[in-house]
Design a protein around this ligand. Sequence first.
Ligand SMILES: Nc1nc2c(c(=O)[nH]1)N[C@H]1C(S)=C(S)[C@@H](COP(=O)(O)O)O[C@H]1N2
Ligand SMILES: [Mo]
Length: 301
Amino acid sequence: MRKIGWSEVTPRADWLNRRQLMAAAGVIGLAGPAFARVEARPSRFSTDEKPNTFEEISNYNNFYEFGLDKADPARHAGALTVDPWSVEIAGLVERPGSYPLDDILKSVTLEERIYRLRCVEGWSMVVPWIGFELRELLERAGVRPAAKFVAFETLVRPEEMPGVRSRILDWPYREGLRLDEAMHPLTILATGLYGEEMPKQNGAPIRLVVPWKYGFKSIKSIVRISLVETMPATSWNMQNPREYGFYSNVNPAVDHPRWSQASERRIGSGFFAPRIETRLFNGYEEEVAHLYAGQDLKVDF
Ligand SMILES: Nc1nc2c(c(=O)[nH]1)N[C@H]1C(S)=C(S)[C@@H](COP(=O)(O)O)O[C@H]1N2
Ligand SMILES: [Mo]
């Protein structure tokens, strides 16, 4: 963890992002280039590991709506229109409805958080995300006491997403968290990286980041968030329940049925670079282990 003193924190006015300023000024319709600069204060939750480069982070992606190859999202996601964008908040909330992204951004605290992303395929990256705590949005919608889980869905827009013709997954891409996982301060909705608005291939304009779980939990281009009473269906679990459980915590002691999860390859470190040991909860054990006290993580994988 990179510890920072509050004196180092940039005053609010300096880290309001451009989209927020535009919204505040009432000129959203004139929104300019997609890659506007986003100001955010640094987060005390960041790792001090060296981030991957912007080129690495935006050219080696999993976003099956744009194809299965790691280069497909960078190749095809440019066609995605992300402005205007709204997120529907549904289910067990006091204030359900369609929340315009510009309104959301006006009410949250944007931070830069350097988090690891560990894919179930065995690679990892370190990404300087710009985002805010999911908890802030859920509290704004007002979570009702009966809610126990949060379900997320990605946009499905076949005209702009060539990959949804494939039957590999049952679209929309779906993910879920238990409510306590969703409310944890490490769980963020990210709207940018490296001080830029989110590249489309990384899940523009708003995607989840849950750093102690395998990458597929970090659902991209979110259009719906539902508060529900029972554990929601998730895309990879529906596709192959033996290989992908609901919890999907990074756990070197639980093998994927077809390969070990004990080590990982850091993207960009070179073909002959030694693999690095994967850490329990992707190195966030101190922060999140308590969420799973009393659970057998070999059963709840
Ligand atoms: N909608 C959607 N979200 C998704 C995926 C996807 O195919 N579709 N892939 C997931 C997987 S498997 C990973 S590893 C991460 C990759 O995020 P990145 O491309 O920003 O590194 O996105 C996740 N989110
Ligand atoms: Mo992944």
